[in-house]
Each structure stands twice: as structure tokens, then as C-alpha cells.
Design a protein. Structure first.
Lengths: 277, 378, 319
């Protein structure tokens, strides 16, 4: 019996080690590569003999990377803020007020979140051009709503449903209108929910590629994913992999830090949306 | 200060009717208790008065004003919820001040009212605390404080003591009774506990399955229950019910058979009753007398003895198979298995016809009309 | 029996038909507020989702081009006909379906294994769970570039390692070689998305009642049998939801393929193909038709998702 338990434990740790290596290796390799200057890149060593920051400097020289990062931040924050605001009031209605067509509306919201982005591409392109928002961050903020809004509405509605009924009734007896109930009674209680939802929506907006690729033209309007995908080198045939890896690391580290800090919330947010429906 | 009247009030949820045509008068300056078993509709009725549910049909007025279409805040009511429903993120002070702030009162006026309520409830030292830092009893008081500051016409209480443990419940009950005197307001109180009902109420409304069974003062319900349900609901332990037959009907007496073969003449208004009619004889455990005294005597064997120290309840199986509970003194020497004799004083007996309706008693109990400034309807 | 109530003052009770109350002021106020609260969200959604979708579907019946969007003519189902006979389109459809089926299968099995591992109460599983979030947190584009570098035919570390352990005898062009590129793409997607499946499955596993396993242990049943006969059936509903959810995502894939393999025919998904037609070839009509086709497929799947998931639309919570 004891032998079996030890064998089980060893197996577990082996498996765990394998999993960790599998998940972490690509990122590790990117870091290693980014620290190899010049031709050192073409040697396969598992740790650079002469680590250097050349590639990191190169990233900012080759394109307005700092500007790209700023663009991503602006767009993501704006989209999240807008979505949360619209979703907050909508989720109160969807989660706590009985009206005809509520179920249908929720179904439509869920349906929209399933759209393939390319399905609205031509229509969206026409719309953005017509509004004069081509190659403009506002165009991205507008178009991103198509996936952040349904998501935030869905998750916040789930949270709104959970809030106790008697609390709302006490506020009604106290003379609170629905707006007051949302802003002064429920909102203070929804901090964690808003944070989680906002974080997940932020990550989704940050990662978005198709719309950003299609609706921006100039280098200084690009967001981070597009910038990283289109990093070009001096030569037509050889991509500056060192720079690309450096850019990848720059972008990934803050995201990883955010995700690690908010681990629990993220996990519960993801599963709340999907598993419990 | 206000009266509440209900006329033909019905409430349906979906297709199901929960409240069936209730007529009620809740008098000014009184504590009226809605009591009944789970699902009888007492909470629903309270919520109809509050305006948290819509009235399906019927009329309701508060202080003479028709309130069917008014939202809660315009009805002049305050409510204390079963779970207290305190705002978790606000301090005690802010909890109590919230409603007043929404009504745009002046800061000084609000402050004065909050502090006065806090003084009445002795929670002045808790004003800066958050609800999660308070004990159950303290939260109770804050909830009541929040209701007081609104200076409502009618206070509504939805089973406020249900969430407290037994000891705390007794203590809070006494405080509520004191509060009732201090505030002199109209109060409607919902509970399933008939002890709370008896001790707190000026008037009790007994509900069952959406119908009002009887309305009256506590002692009136105790001494003059209208039907089997009310008779069995009020008083603990339950009234003893013996199925029997009225062998002889006089003008103001009915002679009934009792277990053991004897008969007893019970004073009752017997109009319309025929000899041989099936009746239920009701007598409370505290009115039975151990021994031979009484207008008739039953014999039986004790099968359970419950000793509470100050009193003892003996469960006796009498001839004919029915069982009876008798209350005796704490020092009663009875043991299970013993044969005992129980005396039944006819004057304390109730008779119910075969539909469960009580026959009017001949003499009205002197205390039954105590503390009844206005007459009751129902 | 006297009453304190003056019957002369009050109107006769109004009897409304049973069950149809027009609602007190409270209900009406709440409903009104609800509609006002919903309006902005619904308007925005109609603007960014409803309208563009409608336009895209409309365009698929026209001969519009990107450089001349305003002037176009309706050409009926012509685009769809061209689509139906276009071998590259069907290659794209096959690519997408193949990708979805293989990816999701591997992710499910792998996710199950890892979830079961994480579910065991052993020290260090917190670290494991943190490591699991890394692939999920890294943007898809970045992942594609990182793996693209690892896959490099000359300097990539994958060739290096495989050669070193004798798995292959010469360096392979994982991305350029059409026979290999799809598998390269799948491998990246598996790496990136298995964590998500793992988390979903883990959540489902943690909801299972512990007593079932204790009873099985007391009865001395083989753990493998316990898995297939007890665990699997119990988590099947959540598992089905997760699988369909993931499949929907996989069918929509764009970023990974575009960045890793560009518009290469061997790996182009339907999204890549559609976009290529729209933007690179400027053929809005044709591209929109492809997009519409994709949308219909996704819609069909969504219906399955909603039915199988029995997603709760009219839940309780404040009447």
C-alpha cells in the first residue's frame, strides 16, 4: 500500500513537472531569445552566453512601440469602462425586473457573443468609414463593443441575480428609485464582480487582432497585437526575431503579473460564465 | 397614526389565488398580529399592505387614503424585514439616515431623528459600526431604528424574531413590548409563533390558507375560539379534542358522552342542533383537574410524562382510545403506566359541531373584552 | 357588529379579472426604469452587431468592392454559387473543421488529464494552477510569434530538440511545409487553450459530491472504473457545454493562422479566407458571402449550444 502511494506521488510530481515545462517553455524560450544580441540568436543555447538588451532597444527603434502600447491601453480601458457602464444598468433590468421578452433578450445577447468577427467585417468597415473613424482609435473602441458588451452584460446579470431581494425591498421602502438602488445600494456590493468582469474584458480587448488589423492603417495607430504581428526588419527576407521576441516579452510580462495577482477572480469569472451558464 | 382597512382583498400569483377575499380593519395605535401556519398568506398580506406586491382585486386604504396604486414610499409605512436587510456597506448611522436623505431632509433634522431613534433603542454607541460588526440582536435594533426614523403611519414587522436564538427571542420580545408602549403607533406584526402573538398583540388575526379564521384580542381567541383550527392553534400545549356525540340537547346545554361511559352537561348555545349530532368536545390541558373534582370524570392510563420543573404535562390514554393531555403541578407524583382519574369542569369546555364551528359559549369570559378600544370585525 | 369603517365614503370594490393585475405603481415604475436602463445597451448592440451583420449579409448579394463601396448592384445568389464551386473555399472549410475537431479533442483529453491531476489534494498544485494560466494570458498573436520562432526551420529550437533526441533525422519546415503546417497550428492552439478547458473541467470536478468517491473507495473499486462509470457521467453536462463552447471558438479562428501561416492555403480557416477576399482582393461581395456562410454555420452551432447547455435565461432574482 505504501509503495503504491509513493508511486502515485512520484507519478503526480512527474506529471506536474511535465505540465509546467510544457506550459512555460515557449515563454522562457522567448525571454532567452530576446536577450541574445545579433548573431547569438542563431546559436541554440539554452541561456545566452552574453545577455544583452539590444533587441529591446531595437523594438522601440523599428516602430513607435511605445505609442502602440499607449494605443492598446487607451482602447482597452475605454472599451471596458463603456461596456461596464452600459452593462451595469442593463444587468439590473435583466437580472431583477420581470418583463416580457426578458428571456429572448438574454438569448440575443448570448447569441451576439458567438458572432464570428469576420461576419460583421464588411458591414463594420462601411460603418466606420461612414463615421469617418477609419485609422482612428475611436473606430476600434466602437467595434470592440461587439464582444465586450455581451460578455459584461452576461456576467453582471448573473451577479445581479444573486443580490438579496430583501435588501432591494428595504431600499424601496426607504424611497429609493431604481437608479438609486443601482448606484447607492448595489454598486458598492459589486466591486469584486466589476473588477473581475472588467479584467477579463480588458484582456479580451487587449488581445484583439482582426479589427485592429483591418481598421488601422498607419504605424502610429496600431495596437500592440498588430504591431507585434507586423514587425518588419531591414531585410525583406529575414524577420528580426530578436526584436519580435523582445516585443513579446515586453507585452506579456505586465499581463502575466495582472493575471497572477487576480488568479482566483479570473478563474471564478471564467467558470461562472461558462460552466454555470 | 393611522388605520388600515382591507376590503375584499385578493392576491393571485400567476393563476393561483393565495389570498381569498380578506376583510380587515387594523385599528389605530394598536399592535395587530397576523398569525398562522406556514403558507397561510400572512407574509403576503403584510407585503400587500407594504406595497411590495400588487393587490389583484379589492381595496386597501391607509389613514383613509386609497393606496392600491401607491408605491411603498408614498404609503407612509416602514418595514422591519426578517433578515433585517441592513445595507452592508453603510454604517449604522447611514443605514438609518438613508431614507431620510433620499427625502431631502435637512442635515440637522436627519441627525436629530437618527439620534433620537438610537437613544430609544439604546444603540447610540453603535452608530459608526458596520452591520457585519454587530450581533443578531443589535442588527435587529438597527433595523427597527431605520423603521422608526421615518415616522411612519404604520409599522410593519415581518417575522422579526425568527432569526434569533430562543433566549434572545424572549428578551427581544419583551423589548418590543416596551417599544410598543413608547412609540404608540399602529403596528402590524407577522409571526408563526403563537406565544409572540399572544404576548404582543392588541388584536390577533388568525389566518389559514389565505382566509381569515378569526379576529380578536388574545384572550378572546383563547376563551372564545370560533372554530377547531383557532382553538387548536392558540394555546400551548394544544387544546384536547374528544370526538363524541351530543345525546341530549337542552336550551343552553348539550349533554355529551365522555370517554368512560359517563355524560356531562356542557353550557353552550345549542340553537339548531339535533340530538345525536356528532360534536367535538374541547378542553384545554390547563383546565383539566387531576382527581375526582369536576362535572365528570375520565379514567385512563398515563403513557408519557413531561416534567418541566414548574409544571408537568401528563399524556393519558382514556377509555375509547383517544389521548388527552393534562397539566399538573411541578411536584406531581404521576408516573407512566399509572392509572389516573381526570376531572372535567363543564364550564371550561368548548363544543364544536361536525363542521368544526364552535357553539357560542353561554357566558362571555370577563377578560375576553379587555384592552379592546374598538370592536373587531371579521 | 359595528365597524369603524364608513362604507359610504369608499367606492365599491373594483373587481379585476382574476390573475391580470395591471400592476401597482411600484411594478410599473420598475418596468419603466428597466426599459430605460436597457435602451442604451440595446441601441449600442444593434449598432455594432445588428447593423453590420445585416449589411454584410446584404453585401453578399451584391458585387461591391472595397475601393468602390457605394456603387454596387444586386447580383442575387451569384456569389454563393461561386463560393459553392470554389475549391479553395472548400479547402478552407475543411481546414477549419479539421482544425476544430482535432484541436478540441486533444484539448478535452489533455484538459481532463490535467484537471484530474489538479483535483488531487497534493501540495504544489497552486503552483501548477498558476502555470496553467500562462498560456491563456499570453495574447494569441504573441503566442503565434513565439511558436513561429520555435518552429523556424533554420534556427528554431524545436528542430534542435527533436534532432537531439532522435525524433527526426533532418530539420523540418514546420510552417512552410503544407503537409506539416496544420499540425503546427494545432499544436499551438492546444498549448494555448488547454488551460481554459482544464479550468472548466476542474470547476465541474470540484462541484462533485465527495461522498460518491468515498463510497467508491470503501467499496474498493478500481479508480479507472470510477472515472468512467462515476466521474464522467456526472460531469458530462458541464463537459458538453465546454466542448461546444470551445468548438464554436475554434470554428471562428483567425488570429493564430494569420500570424503563423498567413494566407497559406494549407491552413487558411474560413475567417482567413473571407478576410483575404474582402481586404486583400477587395471583393466585398464575395468575401461577405463567405462571411455569411460562416455565420450560418456558427449560428447552427450556437443553437445546439443553447439547447444542450439548457442555459438559464429566465432565472430567478427579483420579480
Amino acid at each position: 500500500m505504501q509503495a503504491r502511494r509513493i508511486a502515485g506521488r512520484v507519478l503526480f510530481y512527474l506529471l506536474a513537472a511535465a505540465i509546467i515545462v510544457y506550459t512555460v517553455f515557449p515563454f522562457y524560450w522567448a525571454i532567452v531569445s530576446s536577450l541574445k544580441a545579433g548573431s547569438a540568436l542563431f546559436q541554440v543555447e539554452f541561456w545566452p552566453a552574453n545577455p544583452a538588451w539590444d533587441n529591446y532597444a531595437g523594438v522601440f527603434r523599428g516602430q513607435p512601440f511605445a505609442r502602440n502600447i499607449l494605443n492598446s491601453v487607451v482602447v482597452s480601458v475605454a472599451v471596458v469602462a463603456l461596456s461596464l457602464f452600459l452593462a451595469l444598468t442593463a444587468s439590473y433590468a435583466l437580472g431583477r425586473v420581470q418583463f416580457r421578452g426578458r428571456g429572448t433578450l438574454l438569448m440575443v445577447v448570448l447569441g451576439v457573443s458567438m458572432f464570428p468577427q469576420v461576419a460583421v467585417l464588411s458591414g463594420m468597415f462601411e460603418l466606420i468609414r461612414w463615421l469617418g473613424l477609419y485609422n482612428n482609435l475611436m473606430g476600434l473602441i466602437l467595434s470592440y463593443m461587439i464582444f465586450t458588451l455581451p460578455f459584461t452584460v452576461w456576467v453582471l446579470t448573473t451577479f445581479m441575480r444573486e443580490l438579496p431581494k430583501e435588501l432591494e425591498e428595504a431600499a424601496i421602502v426607504d424611497g429609493a428609485s431604481p437608479w438609486v438602488i443601482i448606484t447607492r445600494v448595489f454598486l458598492p456590493l459589486m466591486g469584486p464582480a466589476l473588477a473581475t468582469t472588467g479584467l477579463l474584458a480588458f484582456i479580451a480587448a487587449w488581445n484583439e487582432f482582426l479589427f485592429a488589423l483591418t481598421f488601422t492603417l498607419s504605424n502610429d495607430m496600431r495596437t500592440v497585437p498588430v504591431a507585434i504581428a507586423l514587425i518588419t526588419g531591414t531585410s525583406q527576407f529575414e524577420l528580426p526575431w530578436g526584436n519580435i521576441m523582445a516585443a513579446s516579452v515586453i507585452v506579456t510580462v505586465p499581463l502575466l503579473v495582472l493575471v497572477m495577482i487576480f488568479q482566483r477572480k479570473i478563474v471564478s469569472g471564467l467558470t461562472a460564465g461558462a460552466v454555470k451558464g | 397614526m393611522a388605520t388600515v382597512t382591507l376590503r375584499g382583498v385578493r392576491k393571485s400569483f400567476g393563476g393561483m389565488e393565495i389570498i381569498h377575499g380578506v376583510d380587515l380593519d387594523i385599528d389605530d395605535n394598536e399592535l395587530t398580529v397576523f398569525v398562522g401556519p406556514s403558507g397561510c398568506g400572512k407574509s403576503t398580506l403584510l407585503r400587500l399592505i407594504a406595497g411590495l406586491e400588487d393587490i389583484t382585486s379589492g381595496e386597501m386604504t391607509i389613514d383613509g387614503v386609497r393606496v392600491n396604486d401607491l408605491p411603498p414610499k408614498e404609503r407612509g409605512i416602514s418595514m422591519v424585514f426578517q433578515s433585517y436587510a441592513l445595507y452592508p456597506h453603510m454604517s449604522v448611522y447611514d443605514n438609518m439616515a438613508f431614507g431620510l436623505k433620499l427625502a431631502n431632509g435637512s442635515k440637522d433634522a436627519i441627525d436629530a431623528k437618527v439620534r433620537e431613534a438610537a437613544r430609544i433603542l439604546q444603540i447610540e454607541n453603535l452608530l459608526t459600526r458596520k452591520p457585519r460588526e454587530l450581533s443578531g440582536g443589535q442588527r435587529q435594533r438597527v433595523a427597527i431604528g431605520r423603521a422608526i426614523v421615518r415616522e411612519p403611519k404604520v409599522f410593519l414587522f415581518d417575522e422579526p424574531l425568527s432569526n434569533l436564538d430562543a433566549a434572545l427571542r424572549v428578551q427581544m420580545r419583551i423589548e418590543l413590548a416596551k417599544l410598543k408602549e413608547d412609540l404608540s403607533a399602529t403596528m402590524v406584526y407577522v409571526t408563526h409563533d403563537q406565544v409572540e402573538a399572544m404576548t404582543l398583540a392588541n388584536k390577533i388575526v388568525v389566518l389559514r390558507a389565505g382566509h381569515v379564521e378569526q379576529v380578536g384580542s388574545p384572550l378572546e381567541l383563547y376563551h372564545h375560539p370560533r372554530n377547531l383550527f383557532v382553538a387548536g392553534f392558540i394555546g400551548s400545549p394544544k387544546m384536547n379534542f374528544l370526538e363524541t356525540v351530543a345525546s341530549d340537547i337542552g336550551r343552553d346545554t348539550a349533554t355529551v358522552k365522555i370517554p368512560g361511559g359517563g355524560t356531562m352537561a356542557v353550557p353552550a348555545r345549542t340553537a339548531g342542533m339535533a340530538p345525536g349530532a356528532k360534536v367535538t368536545l374541547g378542553v384545554r390541558p390547563e383546565h383539566l383537574v387531576p382527581g375526582e373534582e369536576g362535572d365528570s370524570v375520565m379514567e385512563g392510563r398515563v403513557f408519557v410524562v413531561e416534567r418541566l420543573g414548574g409544571e408537568t404535562y401528563c399524556h393519558v390514554r382514556v377509555d375509547g382510545g383517544q389521548s388527552v393531555v393534562i397539566r399538573t403541578g411541578g411536584d406531581s407524583p404521576v408516573n407512566p403506566g399509572e392509572q389516573v382519574r381526570i376531572g372535567v369542569p363543564a364550564a371550561t369546555c368548548h363544543l364544536f359541531d361536525r363542521d368544526g364551528i364552535a357553539l357560542d359559549r353561554v357566558e362571555r369570559h370577563p377578560l375576553a373584552d379587555l384592552d379592546m378600544p374598538r370592536s373587531a370585525t371579521g | 357588529m359595528t365597524t369603524a369603517f364608513d362604507t359610504n365614503r369608499l367606492p365599491a370594490p373594483r373587481v379585476t379579472p382574476a390573475g391580470r393585475s395591471k400592476g401597482s405603481a411600484l411594478t410599473r415604475q420598475r418596468r419603466r426604469a428597466a426599459l430605460i436602463f436597457l435602451a442604451p445597451m440595446v441601441i449600442v448592440l444593434a449598432l455594432v452587431a445588428g447593423w453590420p451583420l445585416a449589411r454584410t449579409i446584404y453585401f453578399s448579394f451584391t458585387d461591391a468592392t472595397l475601393y468602390n463601396l457605394e456603387y454596387h448592384e444586386l447580383i442575387g445568389f451569384l456569389n454563393f454559387y461561386y463560393l459553392a464551386v470554389d475549391p479553395q473555399w472548400w479547402r478552407a472549410v475543411w481546414n477549419t473543421v479539421f482544425f476544430a475537431v482535432v484541436s478540441v479533442s486533444i484539448e478535452t483529453i489533455l484538459g481532463m488529464v490535467i484537471a484530474l491531476t489538479l483535483n488531487a489534494h497534493m501540495p504544489g498544485r497552486g503552483l501548477l494552477r498558476a502555470a496553467m494560466l500562462i498560456p491563456w494570458a499570453i495574447p494569441t498573436v504573441v503566442s503565434a510569434q513565439m511558436w513561429g520562432w520555435m518552429y523556424h526551420d533554420l534556427y528554431g529550437v524545436i528542430n534542435e530538440i527533436f534532432l537531439g533526441i532522435g525524433l527526426i533525422d533532418r530539420p523540418h519546415a514546420w510552417i512552410a511545409d503544407p503537409a506539416l503546417s496544420m499540425y503546427a497550428v494545432i499544436a499551438v492552439d492546444v498549448w494555448k487553450t488547454t488551460p481554459f478547458m482544464t479550468l472548466l473541467i476542474l470547476a465541474a470536478l470540484q462541484l462533485l459530491p465527495g461522498e460518491v468517491y468515498e463510497a467508491a473507495r470503501v467499496d474498493g473499486i478500481n479508480p479507472v472504473k470510477v472515472f468512467f462509470k462515476v466521474t464522467l457521467p456526472l460531469i458530462k453536462p458541464a463537459l458538453m457545454v465546454a466542448i461546444i463552447f470551445r468548438t464554436l471558438d475554434a470554428l471562428r479562428i483567425f488570429d493564430l493562422m494569420y500570424v503563423l501561416t498567413g494566407n497559406s492555403r494549407a491552413t487558411a480557416s474560413m475567417s482567413v479566407y473571407a478576410r483575404q477576399q474582402l481586404v486583400d482582393f477587395q471583393d466585398v461581395g464575395y468575401g461577405s458571402a463567405a462571411s455569411t456562410f460562416l455565420f450560418l454555420i456558427i449560428a447552427a452551432f450556437t443553437v445546439i449550444y443553447i439547447t444542450v447547455g439548457k442555459v438559464n435565461f429566465d432565472g430567478q432574482g427579483g420579480k
